[in-house]
Design a protein around this ligand. Structure first.
Ligand code: HEC
Ligand code: HEC
Length: 261
């Protein structure tokens, strides 16, 4: 097909303009550079955070010798007292400053990570390193660490990674994978031969009922504890959320499996 030189040039210009416009819309809309998937939170954490905070979240890295302040240890009681989910999200968005207003090694990640990636990373820290128990929301803006934080969009989240659990499905998971140890009535007297020796948790205990939340159950079931196996290799995050919600409703909040929260 014949095209005049001018027409061809017009076509090339149009293409160029369109791709530039698309490019700049993308740059405005998604300034971050990373496109790593949020489906594998551990990979995301290892890629961006572990170099300073350590694979086990305890901050015991070589980087700590060069940094003042040193990277946070997420695993101690102090972290569970001070770091709420919102505060950590705001930290990722804004970075932190020293008392005299200088930037620390904890930079703002907003040009590098998407909002979804930031939420995933914070949830990963809570599940993996904080036993599913972050600080309650801290809204004290006089605390210098919260200066400039905006909690106006802060939402309460019961489960990590945006999961919406289905307790009725969780019952099936419980029967298949948990009942042999924890028992049909959650009393820790299942049919597994090791039960007398390893003492699975009795979910009817008051101290368990006082303490358990969706996030804390999700965390224990994922990571395991003592003689309790970890399930994150053999189950999907959805299965873990479902079975956690089943245990929560059956023994803690004692709500019907299918009714709204
Ligand atoms: C280059 C080193 C470095 C990297 C990489 C890094 N951090 Fe940090 N992080 C720090 C330091 C240093 C602090 C302590 C800052 C302070 O005390 O003000 C910190 C503190 C934090 C805190 C606590 C903030 C507070 O108010 O105490 C959180 C949450 C955090 N980092 C999350 C992350 C996440 C998630 C990543 C991965 C995206 C990450 N960090 C990557 C160095 C780093
Ligand atoms: C091999 C036996 C065994 C199986 C199977 C098992 N658990 Fe456990 N579980 C244990 C033991 C033992 C403990 C007590 C661990 C400890 O605290 O030392 C425990 C503790 C727990 C806790 C901790 C409660 C607390 O103190 O906060 C939860 C939650 C839990 N199990 C849930 C589950 C769920 C859900 C499943 C099924 C996906 C499951 N367990 C399967 C043995 C088992």
């Amino acid at each position: 097909m014949y095209q005049s030189k001018a027409a061809r040039r017009m076509a090339v210009f149009a293409l160029l303009a369109a791709s530039l416009a698309a490019g700049s819309a993308m740059a405005q809309d998604k300034k971050w550079k990373s496109h790593m998937s949020t489906d594998e939170p551990d990979k995301l954490y290892r890629h961006y955070c572990a170099v300073c905070h350590g694979p086990d979240g305890d901050g015991q890295t070589q980087a700590r010798f060069a940094l003042d302040p040193a990277p946070r240890n997420f695993t101690n009681a102090k972290a569970r007292e001070e770091l709420s989910r919102d505060h950590m999200l705001q930290t990722l968005l804004k970075g932190t400053l020293t008392k005299d207003g200088k930037r620390t090694a904890m930079i703002s990640w907003k040009d590098h990570l998407s909002p979804e990636q930031m939420e995933t990373l914070v949830d990963y820290i809570i599940v993996r390193f904080m036993g599913g128990r972050p600080a309650d929301n801290v809204h004290d803006h006089n605390d210098p660490r919260h200066k400039g934080h905006d909690h106006s969009n802060a939402k309460k989240v019961d489960y990590p990674y945006g999961l919406k659990p289905d307790a009725a499905r969780g019952k099936t998971v419980y029967t298949a994978s948990c009942q042999s140890c924890h028992g049909a009535n959650g009393d820790g007297k299942g049919t597994d031969q090791r039960v007398a020796q390893i003492k699975p948790r009795n979910f009817n205990d008051q101290d368990f009922r006082d303490y358990a939340t969706g996030f804390s159950l999700f965390s224990t079931v994922s990571n395991g504890r003592g003689h309790m196996p970890s399930w994150d290799k053999s189950m999907s995050n959805q299965d873990i959320a479902d079975v956690s919600e089943y245990v929560l409703r059956t023994y803690v909040t004692r709500k019907p499996l299918t009714a709204a929260k």
